[in-house]
Design a protein around this ligand. Structure first.
Ligand code: DGY
Length: 330
């Protein structure tokens, strides 16, 4: 019987996922909270055939130390932490976890829209601070902005974009615009959505939702000029990656009243530093990159990432990221 492939599991995974991995691979696993420190990954990766991770940078520094490596399996749908060119050059495949998190991330986008529009986090703090006094809600100062029947502009129309569209149109009767690399006629038919230029979307939307993957083309796609096109009553929601926007430009747009508010699950630097001015703004809802973080979805992602890892190493099926499909070890 041939030896099992050797794999490095850099984060704690649910027991059934670990059992599955143990059945098919010879595993060196991190069993503490958090993730294996990078220095330890670099030290242990030298004789590995595969590695399981989620946001650790896969770059020349790591790949140079891993001559046997055939696959990096990421327990995430986004893979901007993969240096695609370096992986291609060494014939290392990269896999990710599409489909299983679409609805969960779309739910979170709506939580951010509702929370920013209806000022949920701000007013929760108001009540808990004992500021709710008789008559305090009779004036207009606690009023928010409707989500239903408003115009949503979705930037990026992949699977998560579609799950957001479904909620927007079927759940909240929203008018829908979208902008993406390619036009999606089926999305237009299903949701009565209108494909438009980025500028048109920014000008017309009440809620601009950023859900495009981070690539060299989408890095800082939204900056000062783009924020200046938005309505002063509009909200900006980012559930993609921090670097798809110019965070400084967002801070200025919020400070100047160029836009009304924002809902952010992602930041330029994560964890975002405590002195980030966004954290002081009552009209900004901030979350610690938890788009896919529910028990079920994170379990499904871990199991899919495990299956991808085993799939590549044993000749089975795997969700290899688009740019690395067909890449073979030299
Ligand atoms: C992903 O999977 O890329 C999401 O950002 C959750 O981490």
């Amino acid at each position: 019987m041939s030896a099992k492939p050797k794999v490095l599991i850099t984060q704690k995974v649910p027991e059934t996922v670990q059992n599955y991995l143990n059945e098919h691979c010879d595993c060196v696993s991190w069993d503490k909270e958090g993730i294996m420190p990078r220095a330890e990954i670099l030290e242990k990766i030298s004789d590995m055939d595969g590695v399981f991770l989620s946001s650790t940078a896969v770059n020349a520094e790591m790949l140079d130390r891993a001559p046997k490596l055939r696959v990096v399996s990421s327990s995430s749908v986004g893979y901007n932490h993969f240096d695609i060119e370096e992986m291609k050059a060494r014939g290392v495949l990269g896999t990710h976890t599409p489909y299983v998190l679409d609805g969960t991330v779309a739910d979170l986008v709506f939580a951010l829209m509702l929370s920013a529009g209806r000022r949920i986090a701000e007013l929760d703090a108001f009540v808990k601070a004992g500021k709710w006094q008789k008559g305090a809600v009779k004036g207009t100062e606690l009023f928010g902005t409707d989500v239903h029947h408003a115009t949503i502009g979705i930037i990026g129309m992949g699977r998560i974009g579609e799950a957001i569209a479904k909620r927007a149109v079927h759940g909240f009767d929203m008018n829908m615009l979208y902008h993406s690399r390619s036009r999606k006629p089926e999305v237009e038919d299903r949701f009565g959505a209108r494909f438009c230029s980025l500028n048109e979307l920014l000008v017309e939307s009440d809620y601009v939702v950023m859900i495009t993957p981070l690539t060299p083309e989408t890095e800082h796609m939204i900056g000062k000029e783009q924020f200046s096109l938005m309505k002063p009553s509009a909200f900006f929601i980012n559930a993609s990656r921090g670097a798809t926007i110019d965070e400084q430009a967002l801070i200025e747009a919020l400070n100047n009243g160029t836009i009304r508010g924002a809902g952010l699950d992602v930041f330029d630097v994560e964890p975002t530093p405590i002195d980030n001015p966004l954290l002081k703004m009552p009209n900004v809802v901030t979350l610690p990159h938890i788009g896919s973080a529910t028990d079920k979805t994170r379990y499904d992602m871990a199991m899919l990432a495990a299956k991808n890892l085993v799939g590549v190493l044993t000749g089975g099926e795997a969700y290899v990221v688009q740019e690395l499909q067909g890449v073979a070890k030299a």
